[in-house]
Design a binder for this molecule. Structure first.
Ligand SMILES: Nc1nc2c(ncn2[C@@H]2O[C@H](COP(=O)(O)OP(=O)(O)OP(=O)(O)O)[C@@H](O)[C@H]2O)c(=O)[nH]1
Ligand SMILES: [Zn+2]
Length: 206
């Protein structure tokens, strides 16, 4: 530990309590261009299904682990876990914190959002693309797992497009639940209005 670690408070993160556990198989993948270790969590026997359920979930430490209400990540992750526990599937957990900019920068992006900047513009103001993610690792992982025909659990049409472009047969894109609250409403609205996410918000067209 350095003598003077950075200790600045970077952003406010509203969190509640909760959650439980499930029986799964974990497969770790490495050797990608991004030098990250990505994880596949396998529920049941997806290779025995015609088009198993797949969720490609980008890491969100604040939402997935600590239940931050600033986004919908934790709720979507837990929904995927519940569905896959019941019907099988594969959860690809990609280490793409903050849509690829990392936690440090995501917290800075949150601070900008607290000043009224939207989630995509905030990334750009920090010098990044609005979304820095590359879904090639997910494609490689699916192929390595011999899963080339899938149903995708996501509201993000871009994820489906990337899989299809890489030769994965996406037979269906299944929308997640809508997890809106007072802290993430603007974030979800920006997803719908700027990136065509299929989230049925009251005030926005999905
Ligand atoms: N930079 C930035 N990243 C955020 C913000 N809020 C959430 N994230 C990140 O956004 C990513 C969300 O990823 P996914 O759950 O795969 O969601 P998605 O692309 O919105 O699409 P879905 O499949 O519909 O959930 C995670 O990496 C979060 O850490 C934010 O305000 N700024
Ligand atoms: Zn999140």
């Amino acid at each position: 530990m350095p003598a003077h670690p950075k200790t600045k408070v970077r952003a406010n993160v509203p969190v509640p309590l909760t959650e439980a556990a499930i029986q799964t198989r974990f497969v770790s993948f490495s050797g990608f261009n991004d030098d990250k270790e990505h994880i596949a969590i396998i529920y049941g026997q997806p290779n025995d299904q015609d088009a198993p359920l797949v969720r490609i979930h980008s890491e969100c430490l604040t939402g997935d682990v600590f239940g931050s209400q600033r986004c919908d990540c934790g709720d979507q992750l837990h929904e995927a876990q519940r569905i896959m526990a019941a019907e099988g599937g594969v959860l690809l957990y990609l280490r793409q914190e903050g849509r690829g900019i990392g936690l440090y920068n995501k917290l800075d992006a949150y601070a900008l959002q607290d000043q009224g900047i939207d989630t995509y513009k905030a990334n750009e103001m920090l010098g990044f693309d609005h979304d820095s993610r590359d879904f090639t690792p997910a494609i490689d992982m699916l192929k390595a797992l011999d899963l080339t025909r899938v149903r995708l659990l996501s509201n993000n049409p871009h994820k489906a497009d990337e899989l299809v472009a890489a030769g994965i047969d996406v037979t269906e894109r299944i929308e997640t639940g809508v997890y809106v609250n007072q802290f993430n409403a603007e974030y979800l609205k920006a997803k719908v209005e700027q990136q065509n996410h299929r989230i049925k918000l009251k005030d926005s067209q999905s």
